[in-house]
Ligand binder design. Structure first.
Ligand code: TXE
Length: 499
């Protein structure tokens, strides 16, 4: 087993099967957001490193034989990676907590899900998806087959660094693609650790390449090039737009997961305590830094006052602290820079006339002053015209709106440019069914919130993105469809005369 140091020691770029430093000698300090200390200094790629990584992936795809690898061999690699991740879960969970600030409990859940996604795609790869088509002519064998999409650029964000990267790497490997992996520059440590394990599993050189750097430095080499066949990106909407523009110049396929502003609708017949608990967890887990966080609470007017009172009391009691402290229920925001963005949104909410019910400040405890902590914050009296209601804050900020009729609840739930996820709570089964069908979001939870499974698709409507991760569609993202028409009895067609 590798030690924690061995998992993330330098050099940190992995190109064509070799660990290398950045050609330009650049490095970046990685900061623990719980106390501001530097936990690692990693090699920072520049454009030349990214170009080399794409070239290695290109060669591995075009002439290296990886796309032709028997499926059984690719499955064996996926399972070996899953087993190695399982074996190293203590180290990797600790690294994830140090790097992102999330609680150790959350990091272990992430790790469990990461292992499961590798195992899921190993199972799925074993089920063939080729199709025979009946043309009505017995001489013709018509087959529709799936083939690897090619060289992929996989770009992940900082909130679930390893989890979101594994949703991309596992199906890309299963499909027979080669890839360049770029984690967020803020949180690269667990992706570096995963790369060490992929290397150890014996995946051939050039199939998976890792560069670590800022998007501004290496982004164009990954997204504005004819050498990449598919870009899969999870991150902010503005970055997604820029990537889609680059991709358009080469007609490169894109898969985008761009976050959301997710409504959670509570009817008066919903069981009160479990509804309050689900709203609290949906909004404040991981300090709201979750693309599917339920940060827009839409309450029936009959229960609104009592609900907000109970919720505020519970939110004010959330134990904030370093992720490695077992008593912490939520950790800091990922960086000082991100906390500044969240604070600007709180100021905006106040200036827009929302009523601050709880939070709206940094915690006072002396032991938390060096970290980028922020209190769970609730704004009541919100309405759809406010930016605080429409924009993704990606922090522990919950807005409250009220409704009186079912039609109003649906209209409010759909009144967002995004469409990633939504929640509904009601004891009325018929109403629940009407709501889950009417809400235009990629995932809708009925009497639950926040759960997912690797076997079910994940992704959004509207500005939440393009395409789906997880499930069979998550594998199809990494495949091209080819129709093979085989004439077993060729004869003269006779369309044109032969004189
Ligand atoms: O994300 P970026 P940021 C949202 C959230 C957050 C906002 C901005 O609202 O406040 O986005 O966060 C790489 N070409 N989400 O600025 O920049 C970057 O290096 C290629 C929602 O941190 O989108 C990183 O690896 N790549 C979200 C990744 O993109 C580029 C999760 C994401 O960073 C690039 C995180 C470029 N030009 C933030 N510029 C979700 N959907 O869950 C940056 N990158």
């Amino acid at each position: 087993m590798l030690t924690e140091d061995e998992l993330c020691c330098g050099p940190h770029l992995y190109i064509d099967g070799k660990w290398v430093p950045a050609q330009g000698g650049g490095t970046r300090d990685i900061v623990n957001p719980a106390d501001g200390t530097v936990i690692a200094t990693v090699d920072e790629a520049d454009r030349a490193d990214a170009v080399a990584a794409v070239a290695a992936a290109r060669t591995a795809f075009d002439t290296g034989g990886w796309p032709q690898t028997p499926v059984a061999e690719r499955i064996a690699y996926l399972l070996a990676i899953a087993d190695l991740l399982d074996e190293h879960r203590d180290h990797i969970a600790r690294l994830e907590t140090l790097d992102t600030g999330k609680t150790l409990r959350e990091s272990y859940i992430d790790l469990h899900d990461v292992v499961e996604v590798f195992r899921y795609y190993a199972r799925l790869a074993a089920t063939g998806s080729d199709r025979l088509v009946d043309t009505g002519n017995p001489a013709i064998i018509s087959r529709v087959v799936r083939e690897p999409a090619g060289v992929c650029a996989l770009i992940a964000p900082w909130n679930y660094p390893l989890l979101q990267m594994s949703w991309k790497i596992a199906p890309a490997l299963a499909a027979g693609c080669t890839m360049v992996v770029k984690p967020s520059e803020v949180t690269p440590l667990t992706t570096i650790a995963l790369m060490r394990l992929i290397d150890r599993a014996g995946v051939p050189a050039g199939v998976v390449n890792l560069i670590q750097s800022s998007g501004a430095t290496v982004g164009p080499a990954l997204t504005d090039t004819p050498d990449v066949d598919l870009i899969s990106f999870t991150g902010g909407a503005a970055t997604g737009e820029a990537i889609a523009r680059n991709a358009a110049g080469h007609i490169t396929r894109v898969a985008l997961e761009l976050g959301g502003k997710n409504p959670h609708i509570i009817f008066p017949d919903a069981e009160f305590d479990s509804a309050v608990d689900a709203v609290l967890t949906g909004a404040f887990l991981h300090s709201g830094q979750v693309c599917s966080a339920g940060t827009r609470l839409i309450l029936h007017e009959d229960i609104a006052d009592a609900f907000v009172a109970e919720l505020s009391w519970r939110a004010a009691g959330i134990r904030i602290g370093p992720g490695l402290d077992e008593t912490s229920e939520t950790g800091p925001l990922v960086s000082e820079q991100h906390r500044a963005k969240v604070e600007a949104y709180v100021a905006l909410g106040i200036s827009e006339g929302a009523r601050l019910v709880t939070g709206g400040a940094r915690p006072e405890a002396a032991r938390l002053q060096a970290g980028s902590f922020y209190l769970p914050t609730i704004f009541d009296g919100c309405h759809r015209g406010m930016r605080i209601v429409q924009e993704e804050t990606f922090g522990p900020i919950l807005t409250v709106e009220r409704f009186s009729t079912e039609a109003q609840a649906i209209a409010l739930g759909n009144d967002t440019a995004y469409g990633l996820a939504a929640g509904v709570r009601t004891a009325d089964a018929a109403r629940g069914e009407r709501l889950v069908r009417a809400l235009r979001h990629g995932t809708v939870w009925l009497n639950d919130f926040g759960y997912y499974t690797p076997a079910a698709e994940w992704g959004g409507f509207g500005r939440s993105g393009i395409g789906r991760e997880l499930g069979p569609s998550g594998l199809a993202e990494y495949q091209e469809t080819k129709h093979i028409w085989h004439n077993t009895a060729p004869a003269v067609g006779g369309w044109f005369s032969d004189n």
